[in-house]
Design a protein around this ligand. Sequence first.
Ligand code: GDP
Length: 188
Amino acid sequence: MSGRKEGVVFVGSFRENFPEDNRKHVVFVGRSNVGKSSLINMLVGRKVAHVSKEPGRTRAINFFLWNDELYLVDVPGYGYAKVSGEERERWRLMMEKYFTQCREKIQWVFLLIDSQVGPTPLDRSMIEFLSSLNIPYVFVLTKEDKADQKEKEKTIKELSLLSKAPIVITSAKEGKGKKELLKFLKVE
Ligand code: GDP
């Protein structure tokens, strides 16, 4: 027995001075309301992230320790219309800080895309940003249960034209895609 703690533990919310140990990070990003909290909860098997009908609530970066071996990093969603310009700028600076300070520890970014909506202009900016830093990412399609076959095919086609990143199709509502996502959480 290793004495390793199984399960997930909330570590804290950070705008700066992110945890300094060398555990790897798996980072969740996406537009607000994409289903990020629901996906994190599905993945860890309990309600650790706050699901809201009102988007744009999260203001700092939440760290969860997974099985004592890696961090699940929940970044506030982008693109919520009611957020002020000032708040948007704070978000941008926090992201810059996080990605420059922690770049070497990032194992994967999960870039969440709504199956029904497809990639938005802000998602495209995120793809460019991640590519420019050479950060590995996975497209995670959310709310699969809500989209019809045509919408899903369109979203997948658009994403495959944007990059060669892996695509995982999920539904937090139906518990779909969990096994595929857990593979990316294996410490390498
Ligand atoms: P976040 O803002 O990205 O964290 O998104 P939330 O997890 O709070 O979800 C936003 C809304 O989408 C909520 O009303 C959820 O109940 C709903 N939602 C999230 N995941 C799914 C899903 O897999 N299927 C369906 N039908 N609705 C979902």
